[in-house]
Design a protein around this ligand. Structure first.
Ligand SMILES: CC(=O)SCCNC(=O)CCNC(=O)[C@H](O)C(C)(C)COP(=O)(O)OP(=O)(O)OC[C@H]1O[C@@H](n2cnc3c(N)ncnc32)[C@H](O)[C@@H]1OP(=O)(O)O
Ligand SMILES: CC(C)C(=O)C(=O)O
Ligand SMILES: [Mg+2]
Length: 565
């Protein structure tokens, strides 16, 4: 049977009665180590060229990484050459430690030190697998045999370093496949390595705990890390690092809980490239801290550059929903989200702490724009449509028109099946509400107020179709409505009416929106004009025109009473 869960065994939780990490809160960023150039690189279909490595290295330095694993120099010529290039061309800033990985094998350790000749400072990272499956099936060794590989490797690392005393050396040991290793055995091997390196005597040592394969829920990893912190010797003299992978999709969570459990340092890659489902994503974890008001100690403000470089070096594109970096992560299509974002953003004042529904961080912090936040498709509502018109065209619609117009947009989205861009929304609005039919185009008006109200004299249309209308009412709209009723023989009732002064950036200064019942038939229109009265009267004529059409204008124009009125 192909799909049979009984083939698998559940992970064993850590039996712990002194669990403290769940009560911890991360208050500062861990020390970061970027392993893009090693773990990320070894997972690529096409490993990076020296030029790509250089580009990635420069980006990592620019972002503020102080520890960068640059490769496995004993494994391949490009890795060796890149290490030499950085050293010989003096490309390593004084506050940056390069780190190199090697298996605990004499010839590889020797070659690793060859690659490091002339370095000012470096972290030599040696590893061997300690898990039961690796012991039993890969190495065919018992615990003592595996511990010996680690200890011999540690000795060689120390001896080679001693031959180059001018270099500021840091030693790092990883019990690779730590998550599949019994905790007491992991501690035994770590202690044995530290007995060689003697961090208590001033040697800088990093003990890196890898979730080489993520095998359990992140709380189990946190338990493992806390247990190791509590049970190894030399704890106060070593830096505890974690290196999580994403097999279960929880690499970031595991690293976060591990920091709560006592880890000082976190290894990972930008955007999480790495073996299988990837390494812990540094961008996500650092931005998670940032979104909590904690300085991530990395400058990720140029997110577009980060994704560009990562994509160019890994030849892997960024998922549009990648946390913080994806194209769609600051976009809302759904109506209720758009409505909430629009309301929160409109209340927000510069300098306020960030408190916007559906947007965990301010898109502008990562070089993104609010323009991208609201995009319209068939899932959108009136709030989103109104937001787009306001944002891009300075057009504010009254609520009743938002409701009416968004239905038209929705219909268009359903027909077209995808996204409706801002230009199309504006065109729809123009066609539906702003378009002026020539015979109903306002030419001039004269409003005269006397004791009984307002007398309106208006002229619409052009040439042969010009009409002069006159009417009386309590206000301008009522007077002009009366004029139209008289001229066209229709009955008008104004159901809603709003006018807005427009801000800078448009040729028009005013927008008027009106909804009428013409002979009982509902119709709406809007108009943009230099002044609010012109906008209002034009909106009124346009709304009437939508029901009576051009023929009525022609009839009215032919009537001498009307023309002379
Ligand atoms: C979890 C991780 O990411 S670990 C890092 C893994 N990265 C890589 O492997 C990428 C670079 N690696 C390579 O290019 C190659 O593996 C090399 C050049 C380092 C070594 O190549 P080879 O000498 O051909 O050996 P190979 O890769 O097959 O390794 C297997 C041998 O190394 C031994 N070995 C593997 N890891 C270790 C280790 N950490 N310490 C000591 N010995 C080890 C194995 O027991 C095996 O020994 P055997 O040949 O006696 O059975
Ligand atoms: C070499 C080690 C740290 C590693 O990459 C892993 O275990 O995943
Ligand atoms: Mg790894």
């Amino acid at each position: 049977m192909a799909f049979d869960h009984r083939k698998y065994v559940p992970f064993t939780p850590v039996r712990k009665t002194d669990r403290r990490w769940p009560d911890q809160v991360i208050a500062r960023a861990p020390l970061w180590c970027a392993v893009d150039l090693r773990d990320g690189n070894q997972a690529l279909v096409k490993p990076m060229s020296v030029a790509q490595k250089q580009r990635m290295f420069d980006l990592l330095v620019k972002l503020g990484f102080k520890e960068i694993e640059i490769g496995f120099p004993a494994a391949s010529q490009p890795d060796f050459d890149f290490c030499r290039k950085l050293i010989e061309e003096d490309r390593i800033p004084a506050d940056v430690h390069i780190q190199v990985l090697t298996q605990a094998r004499p010839e590889l350790i020797e070659r690793t030190y060859e690659a490091l000749q002339g370095a000012q400072r470096a972290i030599v990272h040696v590893y061997n697998s300690t898990s039961t499956v690796q012991r039993e099936q890969v190495f065919g060794l018992d615990r003592a045999g595996i511990r010996d590989i680690a200890v011999n490797g540690a000795r060689l690392v120390k001896e080679h370093a001693a031959r180059n005393p001018d270099v500021d050396w840091t030693f790092q040991y990883s019990p690779e496949s730590f998550t599949g290793t019994e905790l007491d055995f992991a501690a035994e091997v770590i202690d044995a390595v530290n007995d060689v390196w003697r961090p208590d005597q001033g040697q800088r040592v990093i003990i890196n705990l890898p979730a080489t394969v993520e095998m359990a829920t992140p709380n189990v990893f946190a338990d493992q890390v806390e247990w190791i912190c509590d049970n190894i010797r030399y704890r106060e003299h070593v830096s505890i690092s974690v290196h999580t992978h994403n097999d279960r999709g929880c690499a970031v969570a595991a690293a976060e809980l591990a920091v709560m459990a006592g880890a000082d340092r976190v290894e990972g890659t930008l955007m999480g490239n790495g073996e299988r489902t990837g390494n812990m994503d540094l961008v996500t974890m650092a931005m998670n801290l940032y979104s909590q008001g904690i300085d991530p100690t990395l400058d990720l403000s140029g997110m577009a550059e980060i994704t560009d470089v990562v994509e160019a070096c890994t030849e892997i594109s960024t998922h549009p929903r990648h946390p913080y970096a994806g194209e769609l992560v600051f976009t809302a299509f759904s109506g209720s989200h758009q409505d909430a974002i629009r309301k929160c953003l409109s209340q927000r004042k510069e300098g306020d702490t960030w408190n916007v529904a559906y947007l965990p961080i301010d898109p502008r912090d990562l070089g993104r724009r609010y323009e991208e936040v609201v995009r319209i498709n068939s899932q959108s509502g009136k709030g989103g449509v109104a937001y787009v018109l306001e944002r891009d065209y300075n057009i504010s619609l009254p609520r009743w028109l938002q409701i009416e117009f968004s239905k038209a947009v929705q219909k268009e989205a359903e027909v077209n099946g995808g996204e409706i861009d801002s230009l199309t929304i504006h065109r729809l609005f123009e066609d539906r509400y702003l378009k002026v039919q020539a015979p109903w185009e306002l030419r001039s008006y004269d409003l005269h107020r006397d004791d009984e109200g307002v007398v309106a004299r208006v002229s619409v249309g052009a040439g042969e179709q010009a009409m002069n209308l006159e009417g009386r009412g309590l206000g301008a709209v009522e007077a002009v409505s009366a004029a139209i009723e008289a001229a066209c023989g229709v009955s008008l009732a104004v159901e809603a009416y709003d006018e807005f002064a427009l801000g800078e950036g448009t040729s028009a200064n005013a927008l008027a929106c009106i909804r009428l019942a013409v002979n009982g038939e509902h119709t709406s229109a809007a108009a943009l004009a230099e002044d609010t009265t012109s906008a209002t009267l034009q909106a009124l004529f346009s709304a009437v025109a939508r029901v009576v059409g051009n023929s009525a204008a022609a009839t009215a124009a032919a009537s001498p009473e009307v023309a002379d009125a």
